[in-house]
Design a protein around this ligand. Structure first.
Ligand code: CTP
Length: 402
């Protein structure tokens, strides 16, 4: 069978390099052709022989070789690929690419490339958080490189934090979605808290960071679904490629949702404040021992959309953040809010849910079919959910890869 997709895989030096063998095996089993370039340090972690045995293809070294250049030069190699994946990507290669270096074989290929380039960074948490690396990452994102991860976890060096290479599942998912672009589908995602002002300097809000909703929008976007993220006040760092409408109050969120209908998929991950106040124009003074604030119920945005007679999306997904009787309350919400799926999460456990990088959720469908996603990085939870969404819309990944 002719191989229709071609990936140029660049492996740079990091302990995570050994995990890439599974990725190569998986790509090859899906009829994707993989050519690999190894840096000298990467060769300390994986051997060219193990890679060529799995990829059944040429493995290049990071050096100009007169014979290889005669067979396929660096320009031809960068044209040959449908996309380039660098995994693991060290701080060094990120620095080189961000600054347009042309000092070796790999850097010239990247510089000469006219294809999408994906990077899966892997490094120590302090190296990742270092301003120098973050400046490089921002440069790459602004030039349309796609970063996959890194995720948070135990690092090879023994420290804990952000810097772990994204899981092989997540890398594979992102790449396959790129091949499966389905621009026909449109989606909106609400995320983050809302803020209801009492006076010009005080407000009612909640603990939501917006990260789970953001990750969902990001993964949908990467899957080629035209996605609008309607984001409440959130401090999370966002990629430039995501189409975001920033809002503050629940009413503004409602208006932004209305403006962005119709869509095929609507996901309501925002922790919308249930009540608003009559905002005072001046700062409230403490004249009395007591202060009463009258609260008015905000419109339920999810319910407004799910019960809309003409603009109801084909798939409406709600979230149920609960501290107790999670499944029971979530099932009640599924019914009351007329959604197709509800994602139940436990917000009483500080290691998951609000303000955490991890989440553990149960997807409850109409008909009460329940699927649990055990504790993992929110990016991974998002990947699993988006995979399920694509399946519902019959975007069969494997089929369209061939
Ligand atoms: N939601 C919404 N608009 C609101 C309130 C909630 O769109 N005004 C959505 C949330 O985005 C979430 C779902 O409804 O998808 C459930 O939100 P949650 O806060 O868990 O439930 P509430 O309806 O507020 O119920 P309660 O606070 O009593 O648990």
């Amino acid at each position: 069978m002719e191989k229709t997709k071609k990936i140029l895989l660049i492996i740079t030096g990091g302990i995570a390099a050994y995990k890439i063998l599974d990725l190569i095996r998986s790509f090859v089993s899906q009829n994707i052709e993989v050519k690999t370039i190894l840096t000298k340090t990467a060769e300390e972690f994986v051997t060219p022989l193990s890679i060529s045995s799995l990829s059944k293809n040429k493995v290049y070294r990071n050096q100009f070789d007169i014979n290889e250049e005669a067979e396929m030069d660096h320009i031809a190699l960068s044209r040959w690929a449908d996309l380039i994946l660098i995994a693991p990507a060290t701080a060094n290669i990120i620095e080189n690419i961000a600054n347009g270096s042309a000092n070796d074989f790999i850097n010239t290929i990247i510089l000469a490339s006219n294809k999408k380039i994906f990077l899966a960074p892997a490094m120590n948490v302090k190296m990742w958080e270092n301003e120098a690396t973050q400046i490089n990452v921002t440069k790459l994102e602004s030039r349309n490189f796609i970063l996959i991860g890194p995720s948070i976890g135990q690092l090879a060096c023994g420290e804990y934090g952000e810097g772990r290479m994204a899981s092989i599942n997540e890398i594979e998912f992102t790449i396959k979605n790129h091949f499966n672009k389905n621009k026909k589908l449109k989606a909106l995602v609400t995320a983050g808290p809302t803020r209801e002002y009492i006076d010009p300097v005080r407000y009612i809000s909640n603990e939501s960071s917006g990260l789970q909703g953001y990750q969902l929008a990001k993964k949908m976007n990467e899957a080629g679904i035209q996605t609008k993220l309607i984001l409440g006040p959130s401090k999370i760092k966002v990629d430039q490629g995501i189409d975001i409408v920033r809002v503050t109050t629940a009413n503004e969120m409602l208006d932004a949702v209305k403006e962005n209908l119709p869509v095929d998929i609507a996901i309501f991950a925002a922790a919308v404040a249930d009540f608003r106040t009559n905002q005072k124009d001046f700062k409230i003074k403490k004249n009395n021992d007591e202060l009463s604030i009258k609260l008015h119920e905000n419109k339920d945005i999810l319910k407004f959309v799910s019960t809309h007679n003409s603009l109801r999306p084909k798939l409406v997904v709600g979230f149920a953040a609960e501290t107790n009787d999670i499944i029971k309350f979530a099932k009640d919400k599924l019914g009351k809010k007329h959604c197709d799926w509800i994602i139940a999460n436990d917000v009483s456990d500080k290691s998951i849910g609000f303000n955490s990088h991890n989440n553990e959720v149960s997807i409850i469908q109409k008909g009460n079919d329940i699927e649990k996603i055990t504790k993992r990085d929110k990016a991974e939870v998002a990947s699993i959910l988006v995979k399920k969404i694509l399946k519902k819309f019959s975007v069969n990944e494997n089929k369209s890869l061939n």
